[in-house]
Design a protein around this ligand. Structure first.
Ligand SMILES: [Zn+2]
Length: 394
């Protein structure tokens, strides 16, 4: 069994270690006094925890800037390259893996084509990629804290077995995740793809330090990840945020879920593929879409203009329901294409539901083919660090 030194190291730590580490991540370089005053941990406790973290090689001290007379205080910051996580995205086409340190700095990435859309094939590729990483980066492999896996939901026994265009529910069954953990010897955390993208934004992107935000994810389907009051909201079966199946056109297009007029029948890569007569099951379709978009293809631009307005309804629903600090939109396509959808939506808004200033806190997020895998790697960080920090400080 392959057990990492790093895994044992950090998992043995206490809740207070998580809190201190999270403050160092968000604010570092930061003084021990500042950590103490924000956490109500005594200065001595903070000193002791920081000393242990220094001994473990996770953080280091440096001299702060000299202000006036007297010695500058010492500041604490993360040590890069001491702990890593692996993020893996499984979708209908590919298994994509990335390894990065806890700040999101990538050290390795690889992907494998999924020849058969089966759980067995997906598992085989996941295990092969983890072995490839260990082979390629032997120095970092024993510092891996865990694996985050992202797959399109919905998950859970009640949906398992229904073959859907966007779902990979059997892969996400708890028995299968336990098997992957057993075979790799590492803790494995499952998230749906939109939630993984939200985690990535929280740990590595524009969501850093935010208390509440929503990430809208433009993928084969359409989903959302919620960071609420410093906690990721997943729902009972990790299925929160399946916004793609909100009915937005009564009596509209038939959806594989059984309903008519679902959002993702209009606003998703599957819908765009349909408009361009490309197969959403073909791995090369997204590349073709990007090429057409870059070439200002009239059909792609017309599709954006006709369907971007549906984004307004989603933003309206999310804003009215959650009053979040920010709303991000990202996806598996390029940031430029996601932005074109958002800008078209803003241009057309105002007449239907939402005033233009409603978009003041709506921004594009990290996008591209590796975004979800990178976000999945952050699932490991969220197990170690304390995203609910803000709540604890109240
Ligand atoms: Zn549906």
């Amino acid at each position: 069994m392959f057990r990492t030194k790093g895994t044992n190291l950090l998992r043995a730590k206490t809740h207070n270690h998580s809190v201190v580490l999270e403050i160092i991540r968000l604010q570092g370089p930061v003084s021990r006094t500042a950590i103490s005053s924000q956490t109500e941990l005594s200065r001595q406790t903070v000193q002791n925890i920081v000393a242990e973290l220094i001994e473990d090689g996770i953080v280091s001290l440096s001299a702060g800037e000299k202000k006036g007379r007297g010695n500058p205080g010492m500041l604490v910051q993360w040590c890069p390259g001491k702990a890593f996580s692996i993020g893996i995205q499984v979708d209908q086409f590919n298994v994509t893996a990335v390894a990065c340190d806890l700040s999101g700095k990538q050290i390795w990435t690889d992907s494998r084509r999924l020849e058969q859309r089966s759980v067995e094939d997906a598992n085989l590729h996941v295990l092969t990629l983890v072995e490839k990483f260990r082979h390629c980066c032997p120095d970092s492999a024993d510092k891996v804290l865990g694996i985050g896996v992202a797959a399109p939901g919905p998950f859970g026994e009640q949906v398992s077995g229904k073959t859907e265009a966007t779902a990979f529910s059997e892969f996400g069954c708890s028995d299968n995740i336990a098997m992957l953990s057993d075979k790799t010897g590492l803790p494995v955390t499952l998230e749906n793809d939109a939630t993984a993208a939200a985690l990535g934004e929280y740990f590595y992107g524009k969501g850093k330090g935010l208390n509440s935000f929503v990430l809208l994810h433009f993928g084969l389907g359409f989903g959302a990840g919620f960071m609420l009051d410093g906690n990721l909201y997943r729902g009972v079966n990790s299925n929160a945020g399946e916004l793609g199946h909100i009915v937005i056109e009564h009596g509209g297009r038939q959806c594989h879920c059984g309903k008519q007029g679902c959002l993702e029948r209009y606003l998703s890569i599957c819908a765009l593929c349909e408009a361009l007569q490309l197969s959403p099951r073909d791995a090369s379709s997204i590349d073709k879409i990007e090429q057409l978009f870059k070439a200002n293809d009239a059909r792609v631009l017309a599709w954006i203009e006709a369907n971007a307005i549906y984004l307004e309804r989603v933003i309206d629903i999310v804003k009215s329901t959650l009053d979040a600090e920010m709303i991000f939109i990202g996806g598996v396509v390029s940031a430029e294409l996601v932005d074109a959808i958002l800008q078209s939506c803003i241009r057309q808004s105002g007449s239907v539901l939402v005033a233009k200033d409603s978009f003041d806190n709506v921004f594009t997020a990290a996008s591209g083919p590796i975004t979800v895998a990178l976000g999945a790697s952050a699932a490991v960080s969220s197990e170690i660090l304390a995203p609910s920090l803000a709540k604890m400080l109240l």
